[in-house]
Design a protein around this ligand. Structure first.
Ligand code: NAP
Length: 677
């Protein structure tokens, strides 16, 4: 018997009064207990806020991203332990790829995005500067800072590892401590994962706590700095989100709940095409992975009227090959549901579907289970229903049988398919298997508003496609209406759920000090050594070089044109150039100006500048005519560490003419060594 403790305010608390019994999905025997009514949730909340929060906020995004990566590596090294335990939930080895490997992979993605897309700072700048005054002495910038509360993560039973990590990674990256409450039925797997994370010694104190069993009155300690992030059934979501304390205190509540996801076979995907096979493969995978206990699983299969029979036959043939049994056996293709209670719930929902549709594959009273007792374990066969008249059906579009159950239905044309898709009243994902771009566009216009993700797949993309049912950490996961109205993941977007966006207004100097990047109009530092002779660490924001002037002659333009082959008429033909609305006559090439600018500002000797790696936000603002004189201002705008030896410097560059008019503006990127060679 496993006694699953909670981790509260720095201590492991064993189960005690109020503990719940947890049964094996395979044998039905009680294997664990979790829960303790005496858990001091007020102390947990205070500990997260007073110990975890300050420690996390003292770090930068990059510090936390590095820790996430180290945690992901640590979990990778120990994942066999998670696999071994997770079989007990009914999951097969290939199911582990979604839950355990998927969870660790999500952490790796957030670690990489934190380093690449967020600053090595404590404040995140959201969007561009907004010039609010006429001359730029008063500007605005949106910033995001970590909330000063706690992320309370309440998760569903089906993904005990991924469910926790996909919420923990963005919360941690934001700089907010987490209290994780997994579903009791599979909390022993989450507990092992939390224990591995805590034992790694990587996490700052107070960053992660665990509630095994009931959550007690934890939600009653929350306020507007906290986020309750829930995944589970619509029923529980409704109950929790309408808790008066949450409403009175404007506590953020993010919900991911059940949904009636669908997949559409495009009219072009006829039975002899690779797309038809792909459709069958995806539908089969969604029905059988995790025994259909996936929030994104395909519950409604839609095929053109003329293809319904072919789909039933092909899908049934594939389902017939699905070996059901002990998930530890490598020959098993589908394991058990999480509990016999869940099995009974699925049978009840299947009976509801049966009132509107005919079961065409799978008999719950007649199927074979290998290596386990069919009656004691929570086993079910995959069940395919056929509804010939989906327009008049109701249950079909609102009943989620959270198991290996799906219903096929016909559609007449694209508008009909869209209408059926949207009858689910909001889903996490809908897929369309087609090569037809016009159909895809029509689907987006008609259905995207009702679905969190639209997944198009065909022979061109199928080798790399990630699957209808796999939420990717880079893309948002969530959906409107029935799906909960929430959104998670989506790269840095997911981090923002745990941060406060604040509009900051002030002078360029004030905004430079806050944002850690130089704002045009802020103080410049001039007169020192050439900035290209200064190491990454020596350079300061606002450090500026003003160059000498250089005349651009007609001969320069001629030479550049013939040397590069760019003999565009605007540079070569006076009359043709004059006839062009942009040019007063022949003008210098923009690329000539950039080259001359580099010639004006570089320092030739070997030094800390290692390479010019790019140029961004380039604008040519005014043409340069023969005999105009140009000069350059080069200012250190932003510094970002990259490796142990060097970092990136973003320089703001303006090229002006003899009348001090800006002719070109851009940002130059260089890699600069931390130390002098
Ligand atoms: P559930 O019964 O709604 O439970 C979800 C979580 O809420 C569990 O941790 C549960 O804890 C907790 N909970 C239940 N009542 C509570 C209360 N009064 N106060 C505080 N916490 C409470 O859902 P489930 O059966 O675990 O999961 C299956 C459902 O989740 C399906 O409908 C599925 O579609 C949905 N799901 C959605 C997503 C998504 O991303 N949208 C992902 C996975 C699953 P206990 O277990 O301790 O009761």
């Amino acid at each position: 018997m496993m006694m699953i403790p909670s981790f509260a305010a720095g201590r492991w608390i064993a189960p005690d009064s109020g503990a719940r019994a947890i049964a094996s999905a395979i044998t039905g025997d009680v294997i664990a207990q979790a829960g303790n009514d005496a858990l001091d949730t007020g102390a947990m909340h205070a500990y997260a806020r007073e110990v975890g929060g300050p420690k996390l906020r003292a770090l930068t995004f990059h510090d936390r991203a590095r820790m996430l990566k180290a945690l992901a590596q640590h979990l990778s090294a120990h994942k066999q332990k998670l696999y071994d335990l997770s079989f007990e939930t009914g999951a097969t080895q290939s199911d582990h790829a979604f839950d355990i490997d998927g969870g660790i992979g999500t952490m790796f993605v957030f670690a990489a995005k934190g380093r690449r897309e967020m600053p090595d700072a404590q404040i995140y700048l959201d969007g561009e500067l907004e010039q609010l005054g006429r001359t730029g002495t008063f500007q605005g910038q949106h910033v995001c800072v970590p909330l000063q509360g706690v992320g309370i993560h309440i998760n569903a039973y089906n993904f005990p590892v991924w469910g926790m990590l996909e919420k923990f990674a963005p919360t941690f990256l934001a700089g907010v401590p987490s209290i994780v409450k997994p579903a009791t039925a599979t909390c022993y797997v989450t507990h092992l994962c939390v224990q591995l994370m805590l034992d790694s010694g990587i996490l700052p104190e107070g960053a992660l706590q665990l509630v095994s069993g009931g959550i007690g009155d934890l939600l009653l300690h929350t306020d507007a700095q906290d986020v309750v992030s829930f995944t589970g059934s619509a029923k529980t979501a409704l109950k929790l989100r309408s808790t008066p304390h949450l409403l009175e205190n404007a506590v953020r509540f993010v919900a991911e709940q059940d949904s009636l996801n669908a997949s559409v076979l495009g009219p072009d995907a006829l039975p002899d095409t690779p797309e038809f096979d792909l459709f069958i493969k995806e539908a089969h995978r969604e029905m059988t992975t995790k025994a259909g206990q996936k929030c994104t699983a395909i519950r409604r299969i839609m095929a053109p009227e003329g293809q319904v029979q072919a789909v039933i036959e092909a899908l049934s043939a594939r389902l017939a090959k699905t070996t059901i049994g002990d998930p530890r056996d490598p020959a098993t293709r589908m394991g058990a549901l999480v509990s016999t209670g869940q099995r009974d719930d699925v049978l009840e929902k299947a009976a509801l579907l049966g009132s509107e549709a005919e079961r065409v594959f799978g008999d719950p009273d007649d199927f074979t289970v290998h290596g386990a007792d069919r009656e004691k374990g929570a086993f079910l066969p995959p069940m395919l229903f056929h509804c010939a008249n989906p327009d008049s059906a109701e249950r079909l579009h609102d009943t989620e049988a959270f198991g290996p159950v799906s219903t096929i239905m016909p559609y007449r044309d694209a508008d009909h398919a869209i209408a059926l898709l949207n009858r689910g009243k909001g889903s996490l994902v809908a897929s369309v298997i087609t090569r037809d771009g016009d159909l895809a566009r029509q689907m987006v216009m008609g259905a995207a508003a009702w679905h969190g993700r639209l997944y198009f797949n065909n022979a061109d993309s199928m080798a790399e496609a990630t699957g209808h049912g796999a939420p990717m950490p880079h893309m948002v996961h969530g959906g409107p209406g029935r799906a909960g109205g929430g959104e998670e993941l989506g790269g840095v977007r997911g981090v923002m759920h745990y941060m406060q966006r604040t509009a900051v207004q002030g002078s360029p100097d004030i905004l430079t000090a806050i944002g850690g990047q130089w704002v045009a109009g802020a103080r410049e530092h001039t007169g020192g050594p050439h900035p290209f002779t200064r190491t990454y660490h020596e350079l300061q924001l606002g450090e500026t070089l003003y160059t000498e002037s250089r005349k651009v002659t007609l001969q320069d333009i001629e030479t550049f044109a013939h040397f590069t082959g760019d003999t565009f008429y605007g540079h070569m033909d006076e009359d043709a150039a004059k006839a062009n609305p942009f040019f007063p006559g022949r003008v210098a090439h923009g690329y000539l100006l950039l080259s001359f600018a580099a010639g004006l500002f570089v320092h030739p000797d070997p030094g800390p500048v290692l390479a010019n790696t790019g140029l961004s936000n380039l604008n040519f603002m005014k043409p340069v005519s023969p005999d105009d004189e140009i000069k350059v201002r080069l200012t250190v705008k932003k510094k970002t560490p990259r490796t142990a030896e060097y970092g990136q410097v973003r320089w703001h560059v303006t090229v002006t003419n003899q009348n001090n008019e800006v002719v070109a503006e851009y940002e130059l990127l260089t890699m600069n060594a931390y130390a002098a060679a």
